[in-house]
Write a protein that binds this ligand. Structure first.
Ligand code: IMP
Ligand code: MG
Length: 182
């Protein structure tokens, strides 16, 4: 096969993703109706598609910022997460809504949640499009969850395999070991 990407097997359609996002936004709007200090923080790069679609539905005033992280995926440093890019806004006294594409082992979000609390956030909640509970190694409370999925590798709607597929409007399954050429 050439360098063209193969089509992942659809798992969650574009329409279902958008429908669920509208529902989550309604909940968030209701819960933060009295807050004038809401900051939505996305984790680059995977959450960007989700964050922008979600925030477009909100009526409450909201600031936007981003973290970028990277985890060491070797056996000697399990769960060690590096912050590659920090947020620019001050966190102290703010209501923080963390926005993530998927919660897998939980290490990334555990690290970020702890950091935001350390910096004196007034409240911290987590909104994740996808939850893969079978893979969890550390506990993270998900306040707004799009979909729970099985232990499969998914791409699309922000999620990548070797930086490809992020732009798909739906979430699909690929098998990375089966001769993908990236
Ligand atoms: P965690 O720290 O293990 O929870 O990992 C979170 C990050 O791993 C996510 O933000 C994704 O970038 C990546 N990840 C986990 N599972 C998948 C998947 O099925 N497809 C693509 N990326 C994934
Ligand atoms: Mg990622």
């Amino acid at each position: 096969m050439s360098t063209r990407q193969r089509n992942p097997t659809p798992l969650i359609s574009a329409a279902d993703v958008q429908r669920r996002i509208a529902e989550l936004a309604q909940e968030i709007d209701r819960d933060y109706a009295d807050s004038d200090r809401l900051i939505a923080i996305g984790v680059l790069k995977g959450s960007v598609f989700f964050l922008t679609d979600l925030l477009k539905h909100l009526q409450v005033p909201v600031a936007v910022d981003f973290f970028q992280t990277s985890s060491y995926r070797d056996a000697t440093t399990p769960g060690e997460v590096r912050i590659l890019k920090d947020v620019e806004l001050s966190i102290r006294g703010q209501d923080v809504l963390l926005i993530e594409d998927i919660i897998d082992t939980g290490f990334t979000l555990r690290t970020i949640l702890d950091l935001l609390r350390f910096r004196g956030a007034k409240s911290v909640k987590l909104c994740a499009l996808l939850d893969k509970p079978a893979r969890r190694q550390v506990e993270v409370p998900i306040d707004y969850r799009g979909f729970e999925i099985e232990d499969v590798f998914v791409v699309g709607y922000g999620l990548d395999y070797a930086e490809r597929y992020r732009n798909l409007p739906y979430v699909g399954v690929i098998t990375p070991s089966s001769g993908q050429d990236t």
